[in-house]
Ligand binder design. Sequence first.
Ligand SMILES: [Mn+2]
Length: 346
Amino acid sequence: MGVKMKETIERLKRCLGDTSLKIAIIPHISADGDAAGACSALWQVCDRLGVQARLLTCDYFPDYLKWLPRVPDAISFQNRPRECKEWLREARLLCMLDHNTFAREGDLEFFTRNFRGEVLMIDHHPDPEEVTYRFSDTRVSSTCELLYTLITRIWGKQMIDAGIANALYAGISTDTGGLSHNSSRPRTYRVVADLLALGLEKEYVHDQLYQRNSLSRLRLEGHCLLNKMTIEEPYPLAIIPVALQELEAFNFKDGDLEGVVNLPLTIEKVLVSVQITERKERVKLSFRSKGEIPVNLWAKRFFGGGGHRNAAGGQLTVPLEECVRRVRESAAWFFSEHVDARHLHF
Ligand SMILES: [Mn+2]
Protein backbone atom coordinates (compact mmCIF):
# COMPACT_ATOMS: atom_id res chain seq x y z
CA MET A 1 0.00 0.00 0.00
CA GLY A 2 1.56 3.27 -1.14
CA VAL A 3 1.71 6.48 0.88
CA LYS A 4 -1.00 8.03 -1.25
CA MET A 5 -3.31 5.08 -0.58
CA LYS A 6 -2.73 5.38 3.21
CA GLU A 7 -3.44 9.09 3.07
CA THR A 8 -6.61 8.52 1.06
CA ILE A 9 -7.79 5.89 3.56
CA GLU A 10 -7.19 8.32 6.45
CA ARG A 11 -9.15 11.08 4.70
CA LEU A 12 -11.96 8.71 3.85
CA LYS A 13 -12.11 7.39 7.41
CA ARG A 14 -12.46 10.95 8.75
CA CYS A 15 -15.09 11.71 6.13
CA LEU A 16 -17.22 8.62 6.97
CA GLY A 17 -16.76 9.24 10.71
CA ASP A 18 -19.15 12.19 10.45
CA THR A 19 -22.66 10.86 11.10
CA SER A 20 -24.28 13.99 9.66
CA LEU A 21 -22.85 12.98 6.28
CA LYS A 22 -25.31 11.96 3.60
CA ILE A 23 -24.02 9.67 0.91
CA ALA A 24 -25.23 8.43 -2.45
CA ILE A 25 -24.22 4.94 -3.60
CA ILE A 26 -24.37 4.26 -7.35
CA PRO A 27 -23.83 1.03 -9.32
CA HIS A 28 -23.27 0.87 -13.08
CA ILE A 29 -26.09 0.57 -15.61
CA SER A 30 -27.46 -3.03 -15.83
CA ALA A 31 -26.02 -3.83 -12.40
CA ASP A 32 -24.49 -7.29 -12.00
CA GLY A 33 -23.73 -9.30 -8.84
CA ASP A 34 -20.50 -7.43 -8.15
CA ALA A 35 -22.05 -3.98 -8.46
CA ALA A 36 -25.13 -4.94 -6.42
CA GLY A 37 -23.06 -6.83 -3.80
CA ALA A 38 -20.76 -3.85 -3.33
CA CYS A 39 -23.67 -1.40 -3.05
CA SER A 40 -25.40 -3.66 -0.54
CA ALA A 41 -22.24 -4.10 1.56
CA LEU A 42 -21.39 -0.39 1.58
CA TRP A 43 -24.93 0.63 2.57
CA GLN A 44 -24.90 -1.94 5.39
CA VAL A 45 -21.61 -0.46 6.61
CA CYS A 46 -23.21 3.01 6.56
CA ASP A 47 -26.14 1.62 8.58
CA ARG A 48 -23.70 0.32 11.18
CA LEU A 49 -21.91 3.68 11.29
CA GLY A 50 -25.15 5.65 11.56
CA VAL A 51 -24.42 7.41 8.27
CA GLN A 52 -27.44 8.15 6.04
CA ALA A 53 -27.11 6.57 2.61
CA ARG A 54 -29.32 6.08 -0.43
CA LEU A 55 -28.79 3.68 -3.27
CA LEU A 56 -29.53 5.38 -6.60
CA THR A 57 -29.69 3.55 -9.89
CA CYS A 58 -30.29 4.69 -13.46
CA ASP A 59 -32.34 1.54 -14.18
CA TYR A 60 -33.46 -1.44 -12.06
CA PHE A 61 -31.72 -4.27 -10.22
CA PRO A 62 -32.56 -7.70 -11.66
CA ASP A 63 -34.75 -9.97 -9.53
CA TYR A 64 -31.98 -12.49 -8.81
CA LEU A 65 -30.13 -9.81 -6.82
CA LYS A 66 -33.06 -8.51 -4.77
CA TRP A 67 -32.31 -10.78 -1.79
CA LEU A 68 -29.21 -8.66 -1.10
CA PRO A 69 -29.77 -6.51 2.00
CA ARG A 70 -30.81 -2.94 1.10
CA VAL A 71 -30.98 -3.59 -2.66
CA PRO A 72 -34.82 -3.57 -2.64
CA ASP A 73 -34.62 -0.06 -1.12
CA ALA A 74 -32.83 1.35 -4.18
CA ILE A 75 -34.32 4.43 -5.83
CA SER A 76 -34.53 4.17 -9.62
CA PHE A 77 -34.10 7.25 -11.78
CA GLN A 78 -36.62 5.67 -14.17
CA ASN A 79 -39.62 6.02 -11.88
CA ARG A 80 -38.39 8.34 -9.10
CA PRO A 81 -36.15 10.92 -10.82
CA ARG A 82 -37.10 13.73 -8.44
CA GLU A 83 -35.94 11.80 -5.36
CA CYS A 84 -32.66 10.89 -7.07
CA LYS A 85 -31.94 14.52 -7.95
CA GLU A 86 -32.88 15.72 -4.47
CA TRP A 87 -30.57 13.25 -2.76
CA LEU A 88 -27.72 14.15 -5.12
CA ARG A 89 -28.19 17.79 -4.10
CA GLU A 90 -28.13 16.96 -0.38
CA ALA A 91 -25.40 14.30 -0.36
CA ARG A 92 -21.79 15.26 0.27
CA LEU A 93 -20.20 11.98 -0.80
CA LEU A 94 -20.94 10.07 -3.99
CA CYS A 95 -19.75 6.46 -4.13
CA MET A 96 -19.43 4.94 -7.60
CA LEU A 97 -19.03 1.20 -7.34
CA ASP A 98 -17.79 -1.33 -9.92
CA HIS A 99 -17.38 1.22 -12.70
CA ASN A 100 -14.59 3.51 -13.82
CA THR A 101 -16.53 6.38 -15.42
CA PHE A 102 -19.72 8.40 -14.90
CA ALA A 103 -20.56 7.41 -18.48
CA ARG A 104 -21.73 4.03 -17.12
CA GLU A 105 -24.47 5.64 -15.01
CA GLY A 106 -27.05 6.01 -17.79
CA ASP A 107 -29.43 8.93 -17.31
CA LEU A 108 -27.91 9.72 -13.91
CA GLU A 109 -24.64 10.73 -15.58
CA PHE A 110 -25.62 14.36 -16.13
CA PHE A 111 -26.42 14.79 -12.42
CA THR A 112 -23.49 12.80 -11.04
CA ARG A 113 -20.95 14.58 -13.26
CA ASN A 114 -22.18 17.86 -11.83
CA PHE A 115 -22.14 16.55 -8.25
CA ARG A 116 -20.72 19.19 -5.91
CA GLY A 117 -19.40 17.00 -3.08
CA GLU A 118 -16.57 14.48 -2.94
CA VAL A 119 -16.53 11.31 -5.03
CA LEU A 120 -15.32 7.87 -3.96
CA MET A 121 -14.65 5.25 -6.66
CA ILE A 122 -14.10 1.58 -5.80
CA ASP A 123 -13.49 -0.41 -8.97
CA HIS A 124 -11.36 -2.86 -10.91
CA HIS A 125 -11.73 -1.72 -14.53
CA PRO A 126 -8.81 -0.20 -16.47
CA ASP A 127 -8.45 3.57 -17.16
CA PRO A 128 -10.51 5.00 -14.27
CA GLU A 129 -11.58 8.64 -14.25
CA GLU A 130 -10.04 11.04 -11.73
CA VAL A 131 -12.14 11.45 -8.55
CA THR A 132 -11.55 12.56 -4.94
CA TYR A 133 -10.94 9.11 -3.46
CA ARG A 134 -10.01 6.47 -5.99
CA PHE A 135 -9.54 2.81 -5.14
CA SER A 136 -8.97 1.09 -8.42
CA ASP A 137 -7.05 -2.12 -8.93
CA THR A 138 -7.40 -4.23 -12.07
CA ARG A 139 -5.68 -7.20 -10.40
CA VAL A 140 -8.46 -7.96 -7.92
CA SER A 141 -11.19 -10.47 -8.73
CA SER A 142 -13.98 -8.01 -8.15
CA THR A 143 -15.01 -4.69 -6.67
CA CYS A 144 -16.29 -6.64 -3.66
CA GLU A 145 -12.82 -8.05 -2.96
CA LEU A 146 -11.38 -4.53 -3.04
CA LEU A 147 -14.22 -3.22 -0.87
CA TYR A 148 -13.45 -5.94 1.71
CA THR A 149 -9.86 -4.69 1.87
CA LEU A 150 -11.00 -1.10 2.22
CA ILE A 151 -13.57 -1.83 4.94
CA THR A 152 -11.17 -3.93 7.01
CA ARG A 153 -8.31 -1.39 6.62
CA ILE A 154 -10.55 1.39 7.88
CA TRP A 155 -12.66 -0.31 10.59
CA GLY A 156 -11.15 -3.76 11.12
CA LYS A 157 -12.79 -7.15 10.58
CA GLN A 158 -15.35 -6.45 13.31
CA MET A 159 -17.20 -4.23 10.84
CA ILE A 160 -18.09 -7.30 8.74
CA ASP A 161 -21.23 -9.18 9.83
CA ALA A 162 -23.07 -12.00 8.05
CA GLY A 163 -25.15 -9.63 5.89
CA ILE A 164 -22.08 -7.75 4.69
CA ALA A 165 -20.12 -11.00 4.20
CA ASN A 166 -22.93 -12.45 2.07
CA ALA A 167 -23.06 -9.35 -0.11
CA LEU A 168 -19.28 -9.23 -0.63
CA TYR A 169 -19.16 -12.94 -1.45
CA ALA A 170 -21.99 -12.53 -3.97
CA GLY A 171 -19.78 -10.07 -5.89
CA ILE A 172 -16.67 -12.22 -5.72
CA SER A 173 -18.56 -15.34 -6.80
CA THR A 174 -20.45 -13.79 -9.72
CA ASP A 175 -17.46 -11.86 -11.10
CA THR A 176 -15.31 -15.00 -11.13
CA GLY A 177 -17.90 -17.50 -12.39
CA GLY A 178 -17.85 -19.23 -8.99
CA LEU A 179 -14.06 -18.75 -8.56
CA SER A 180 -13.24 -20.15 -12.00
CA HIS A 181 -11.84 -17.06 -13.79
CA ASN A 182 -10.20 -13.81 -12.58
CA SER A 183 -9.33 -15.59 -9.39
CA SER A 184 -5.76 -16.84 -9.62
CA ARG A 185 -4.38 -14.70 -6.81
CA PRO A 186 -4.15 -16.23 -3.32
CA ARG A 187 -5.53 -13.03 -1.83
CA THR A 188 -9.02 -13.73 -3.26
CA TYR A 189 -9.18 -17.03 -1.34
CA ARG A 190 -7.90 -15.37 1.86
CA VAL A 191 -10.72 -12.87 1.59
CA VAL A 192 -13.26 -15.68 1.06
CA ALA A 193 -11.78 -17.60 4.02
CA ASP A 194 -12.10 -14.46 6.17
CA LEU A 195 -15.69 -13.97 5.03
CA LEU A 196 -16.52 -17.57 6.03
CA ALA A 197 -15.01 -16.97 9.46
CA LEU A 198 -17.04 -13.75 9.75
CA GLY A 199 -20.40 -15.38 9.16
CA LEU A 200 -20.77 -15.83 5.38
CA GLU A 201 -23.72 -18.14 4.62
CA LYS A 202 -22.23 -19.70 1.50
CA GLU A 203 -24.99 -22.23 0.69
CA TYR A 204 -27.64 -19.56 1.11
CA VAL A 205 -25.81 -17.18 -1.25
CA HIS A 206 -25.28 -19.90 -3.87
CA ASP A 207 -28.91 -20.89 -3.67
CA GLN A 208 -30.04 -17.27 -4.12
CA LEU A 209 -27.67 -16.60 -7.02
CA TYR A 210 -27.67 -19.82 -8.99
CA GLN A 211 -30.64 -21.96 -8.12
CA ARG A 212 -33.59 -19.68 -8.54
CA ASN A 213 -34.06 -19.88 -12.31
CA SER A 214 -37.54 -19.43 -13.71
CA LEU A 215 -38.66 -22.05 -16.21
CA SER A 216 -38.82 -19.43 -18.98
CA ARG A 217 -35.26 -18.27 -18.24
CA LEU A 218 -33.91 -21.78 -18.59
CA ARG A 219 -35.90 -22.28 -21.81
CA LEU A 220 -34.52 -18.97 -23.18
CA GLU A 221 -31.02 -20.26 -22.48
CA GLY A 222 -31.87 -23.46 -24.38
CA HIS A 223 -33.27 -21.43 -27.28
CA CYS A 224 -30.07 -19.34 -27.46
CA LEU A 225 -27.85 -22.41 -27.63
CA LEU A 226 -30.03 -24.50 -29.93
CA ASN A 227 -31.44 -21.94 -32.36
CA LYS A 228 -29.35 -18.78 -32.14
CA MET A 229 -25.68 -19.61 -31.54
CA THR A 230 -23.47 -19.79 -34.62
CA ILE A 231 -19.78 -20.56 -34.98
CA GLU A 232 -18.19 -17.91 -37.20
CA GLU A 233 -15.69 -20.04 -39.07
CA PRO A 234 -12.86 -19.73 -39.82
CA TYR A 235 -12.60 -17.86 -36.51
CA PRO A 236 -12.84 -19.63 -33.15
CA LEU A 237 -15.76 -17.31 -32.45
CA ALA A 238 -19.33 -17.99 -31.35
CA ILE A 239 -22.04 -15.35 -31.58
CA ILE A 240 -25.55 -15.38 -30.10
CA PRO A 241 -27.83 -12.70 -31.58
CA VAL A 242 -31.22 -12.40 -29.86
CA ALA A 243 -34.10 -10.20 -31.05
CA LEU A 244 -36.42 -8.25 -28.75
CA GLN A 245 -39.37 -10.26 -30.04
CA GLU A 246 -37.72 -13.51 -28.94
CA LEU A 247 -36.99 -12.11 -25.50
CA GLU A 248 -40.65 -11.18 -25.13
CA ALA A 249 -41.71 -14.67 -26.24
CA PHE A 250 -39.68 -16.04 -23.32
CA ASN A 251 -41.11 -13.54 -20.86
CA PHE A 252 -37.70 -11.90 -20.50
CA LYS A 253 -36.71 -10.14 -17.29
CA ASP A 254 -33.49 -8.21 -16.66
CA GLY A 255 -30.74 -10.62 -15.74
CA ASP A 256 -32.27 -13.58 -17.61
CA LEU A 257 -29.40 -13.72 -20.09
CA GLU A 258 -26.75 -13.33 -17.38
CA GLY A 259 -24.02 -15.90 -17.97
CA VAL A 260 -25.37 -17.22 -21.30
CA VAL A 261 -22.45 -15.58 -23.14
CA ASN A 262 -20.04 -17.78 -21.17
CA LEU A 263 -21.58 -21.05 -22.37
CA PRO A 264 -20.03 -21.16 -25.90
CA LEU A 265 -16.58 -20.98 -24.27
CA THR A 266 -17.19 -24.46 -22.88
CA ILE A 267 -16.79 -25.72 -26.49
CA GLU A 268 -13.21 -26.88 -26.83
CA LYS A 269 -12.13 -24.71 -29.75
CA VAL A 270 -14.22 -21.61 -29.15
CA LEU A 271 -12.00 -18.83 -27.79
CA VAL A 272 -14.30 -15.84 -28.08
CA SER A 273 -18.04 -15.51 -27.49
CA VAL A 274 -20.27 -12.52 -28.26
CA GLN A 275 -23.85 -12.12 -27.09
CA ILE A 276 -25.78 -9.55 -29.16
CA THR A 277 -29.07 -8.62 -27.56
CA GLU A 278 -31.68 -6.28 -28.99
CA ARG A 279 -33.28 -4.09 -26.31
CA LYS A 280 -35.84 -1.33 -26.68
CA GLU A 281 -33.59 1.55 -27.71
CA ARG A 282 -30.23 -0.09 -28.33
CA VAL A 283 -28.41 -3.29 -29.04
CA LYS A 284 -26.27 -4.57 -26.17
CA LEU A 285 -23.11 -6.58 -26.76
CA SER A 286 -21.34 -8.78 -24.31
CA PHE A 287 -17.87 -10.18 -25.06
CA ARG A 288 -16.03 -13.07 -23.40
CA SER A 289 -12.71 -14.71 -24.20
CA LYS A 290 -10.26 -17.32 -23.00
CA GLY A 291 -6.64 -16.71 -22.00
CA GLU A 292 -4.77 -13.70 -23.34
CA ILE A 293 -7.33 -12.57 -25.90
CA PRO A 294 -8.27 -8.92 -25.12
CA VAL A 295 -11.94 -8.61 -26.11
CA ASN A 296 -12.12 -5.24 -24.34
CA LEU A 297 -10.12 -3.78 -27.25
CA TRP A 298 -12.70 -5.09 -29.73
CA ALA A 299 -15.58 -3.69 -27.66
CA LYS A 300 -13.83 -0.34 -27.38
CA ARG A 301 -12.82 0.07 -31.01
CA PHE A 302 -16.15 -0.80 -32.67
CA PHE A 303 -18.92 -0.91 -30.10
CA GLY A 304 -18.55 2.11 -27.83
CA GLY A 305 -17.67 -0.01 -24.83
CA GLY A 306 -14.79 -1.62 -22.97
CA GLY A 307 -14.14 -3.62 -19.85
CA HIS A 308 -11.74 -6.35 -18.81
CA ARG A 309 -9.46 -8.42 -21.03
CA ASN A 310 -11.72 -11.49 -20.83
CA ALA A 311 -15.09 -9.84 -20.22
CA ALA A 312 -16.27 -6.66 -21.89
CA GLY A 313 -19.43 -4.93 -23.06
CA GLY A 314 -20.61 -2.41 -25.59
CA GLN A 315 -23.74 -1.03 -27.23
CA LEU A 316 -24.94 0.43 -30.52
CA THR A 317 -28.10 2.22 -31.54
CA VAL A 318 -28.47 0.42 -34.88
CA PRO A 319 -30.81 -2.43 -35.87
CA LEU A 320 -29.87 -5.90 -34.64
CA GLU A 321 -28.96 -7.20 -38.13
CA GLU A 322 -26.64 -4.26 -38.70
CA CYS A 323 -24.97 -4.90 -35.37
CA VAL A 324 -24.44 -8.58 -36.21
CA ARG A 325 -22.98 -7.52 -39.57
CA ARG A 326 -20.50 -5.21 -37.82
CA VAL A 327 -19.42 -7.97 -35.44
CA ARG A 328 -18.79 -10.29 -38.39
CA GLU A 329 -16.92 -7.62 -40.37
CA SER A 330 -14.75 -6.43 -37.52
CA ALA A 331 -13.92 -10.01 -36.48
CA ALA A 332 -11.34 -10.13 -39.29
CA TRP A 333 -9.60 -7.05 -37.87
CA PHE A 334 -9.81 -8.29 -34.28
CA PHE A 335 -8.49 -11.77 -34.90
CA SER A 336 -5.64 -10.62 -37.12
CA GLU A 337 -4.59 -7.80 -34.77
CA HIS A 338 -5.09 -9.35 -31.37
CA VAL A 339 -5.16 -13.12 -31.58
CA ASP A 340 -2.12 -15.31 -31.94
CA ALA A 341 -2.05 -16.81 -35.46
CA ARG A 342 -2.00 -20.37 -34.18
CA HIS A 343 -5.46 -19.81 -32.66
CA LEU A 344 -6.89 -18.32 -35.81
CA HIS A 345 -8.91 -21.30 -36.98
CA PHE A 346 -11.82 -23.10 -35.50
MN1 LIG B 1 -16.98 -6.18 -11.22
